[in-house]
Design a protein around this ligand. Structure first.
Ligand code: SF4
Length: 318
C-alpha cells in the first residue's frame, strides 16, 4: 500500500506561515503518522496573499452572517477569498483521503472557533474557519479532524479508521464499481461497522440486498455515504464488545471450557475499561484464525489501520 494522501494546515508541518511568523509543528503528525500518509500542506491565508507576518484576523458576526475580518482593520474582509481558495484546493486535491486542520483558526478551525461582535466583544465559540467550512461542504464525506483533538485516543482512532476505509474504497471500488465488488467490500467491513453503529450495520445490509435493478454508479455513491456515515459513529467499548461477542459465537463448538472462560474474562475486562482493545482482540483473533474461514480472516475489524500505530493500545472513554 502506498502512502495515503492527506490535506493538512501548513503550520502543523513546522512551516513558519502563521500571522506572527511562527509555526505549530505537531509531533504526532510529523513523526508518527507521516510514516503512512503523504501530507499536502495548504496555508489559505498565505495563499490569498495576506503575507508573513500579517495582521491577525478573526470571525465576526455581522447582520446574522459570520465573516472573517481584520482585528486592527475591521474593513478588511477576507471571507470571499478564503471560500474561493477552498474551491480551488478541492479541485486540485480530489484524491486526498482526509484532512487535519488546526484548531482555533478563523480560516482553518473546525470546531468551536471563537466569534466576536463588531465591537470586539467575544460572543460564543460556535464558529468554523471560513476555508475549512467551504472545504467540508465540497467534500462532505472526507474524514476531517483537528490536530488538537488527535490527542484523544478515541477520536484519533476514529479519524484514522475513517481515513483508511475511505482510501480503501476510493482505491479499490470507486474507479469501477460493480454489485459484486460492493458486496465483497462490505463483507470485509461488517464487524467494523457493527462496532461503530448497529442500526447502520442492518441498514447497509438491507441496501446491498437490493442492488439488481439500480444504477451501479449511483448505488456505489449511496453505499459510500451510508458507510462513511456509519464510521462517523465512534466504536465505543460497548460497540467493540458487541462485535467481539458476535465473533466469539464462531468458537462456541470449538473452544474448551477454560479457553472460553479466558476469552470471556478478557472481553469483560475490556468492557469495564481495565485493558485496551488489543488485549481481547489478540486472543480472539488467535482462536478464529485457526478456523481458516476466509470471511473471518478478511475482516477489517482485526486491523483497520497498521498495528504499529498502536491505536488500539489505549483505554478509551465510553
Ligand atoms: S491556521 Fe491555517 S491559515 Fe493559519 S497559519 Fe495555519 S495553515 Fe495558515
Amino acid at each position: 500500500m502506498g502512502k495515503i494522501p492527506l490535506g493538512i494546515s501548513q503550520c502543523l508541518m513546522g512551516e513558519r506561515v502563521r500571522y506572527d511568523g511562527s509555526h505549530k509543528r505537531n509531533h504526532y503528525l510529523m513523526d508518527v503518522l507521516a510514516e503512512v500518509v503523504e501530507f499536502h500542506p495548504v496555508c489559505p491565508e498565505v495563499a490569498i496573499g495576506l503575507g508573513i507576518p500579517r495582521k491577525p484576523i478573526r470571525l465576526v458576526i455581522k447582520g446574522g452572517e459570520t465573516r472573517v475580518r481584520g482585528i486592527e482593520n475591521p474593513d478588511l474582509d477576507v471571507t470571499g477569498a478564503l471560500v474561493a481558495h477552498a474551491e480551488i484546493v478541492a479541485q486540485q486535491m480530489p484524491d486526498i483521503c482526509g484532512y487535519v486542520f488546526i484548531q482555533n483558526s478563523p480560516s482553518c478551525g473546525v470546531f468551536g472557533v471563537k466569534r466576536y461582535l463588531p465591537n470586539g466583544n467575544p460572543i460564543d465559540r460556535e464558529g468554523r474557519g471560513a476555508y475549512a467550512r467551504r472545504f467540508m461542504e465540497l467534500m462532505p464525506l472526507l474524514p476531517v479532524e483537528e490536530a488538537g483533538r488527535l490527542n484523544d485516543a478515541g477520536l484519533r482512532e476514529n479519524f484514522l479508521t475513517r481515513v483508511f476505509a475511505y482510501y480503501d474504497f476510493k482505491t479499490h471500488i470507486a474507479p469501477a464499481p460493480t454489485a459484486k465488488k460492493l458486496i465483497e467490500f462490505y463483507s470485509r467491513y461488517k464487524y467494523q461497522v457493527m462496532a461503530h453503529h448497529v442500526p447502520s450495520y442492518f441498514a447497509i445490509g438491507r441496501y446491498l440486498s437490493n442492488l439488481a435493478a439500480r444504477d451501479i454508479q449511483k448505488s456505489s455513491e449511496e453505499f459510500f455515504q451510508l458507510f462513511m456515515d456509519a464510521l462517523k459513529h465512534h466504536a465505543t467499548r460497548k460497540g467493540n464488545t458487541n462485535a467481539m461477542m458476535h465473533l466469539r459465537g464462531y468458537l462456541k463448538e470449538v473452544l474448551g471450557t477454560q479457553d472460553k472462560q479466558e476469552l470471556s474474562q478478557l472481553i469483560d475486562s475490556y468492557k469495564a475499561g481495565h485493558v485496551p482493545l488489543v488485549v481481547p482482540l489478540t486472543l480472539l483473533k488467535h482462536h478464529l484464525i485457526k478456523l481458516d474461514n476466509p470471511y473471518l480472516k478478511s475482516q477489517s475489524f482485526w486491523a483497520p489501520h497498521p498495528e504499529y500505530l498502536g491505536l488500539r493500545n489505549h483505554i478509551i472513554e465510553d
